[in-house]
Write a new protein. Structure first.
Length: 109
């Protein structure tokens, strides 16, 4: 009986105790992104740019406050009518860290 139990334990260990070959995964290490909305206004024309960038920045997205969106570090837009617009900038990196900044921008004729 002892031999039978020993054989069962040995076979269980042989099939369920074998070493696993786990692939080692490497995950990116990122520094959180930060920045300021920089802009210059000339009547209805505004040039937006990422000012004082810090950390790892993979993408820069913009909500212009008038229903339009843009991407990139710098660009120029012309607003259709005078007013004050709530502009948002979202910075993201490959670690899915996000940073959002907002700025009121006033344009006039």
């Amino acid at each position: 009986m002892k031999v039978f139990i020993a054989l069962i334990l040995t076979s269980l260990c042989f099939f369920s105790c074998e070493p696993f070959d786990l692939d080692q995964k490497s995950f990116p290490v990122c520094e959180k992104p930060e920045g300021i909305i920089g802009f210059t206004v000339s009547k209805l024309e505004v040039t937006f740019y990422l000012e004082n960038p810090k950390g790892d920045i993979g993408a820069v997205g913009w909500d212009l406050g008038d229903g339009r969106n843009r991407s990139g570090n710098q660009f120029t837009v012309i607003y259709q009518k005078p007013g004050t617009y709530n502009v948002s900038m979202v910075l993201a990196n490959q670690c899915d860290d996000r940073y959002t900044a907002t700025q009121l921008v006033t344009v006039s004729n």
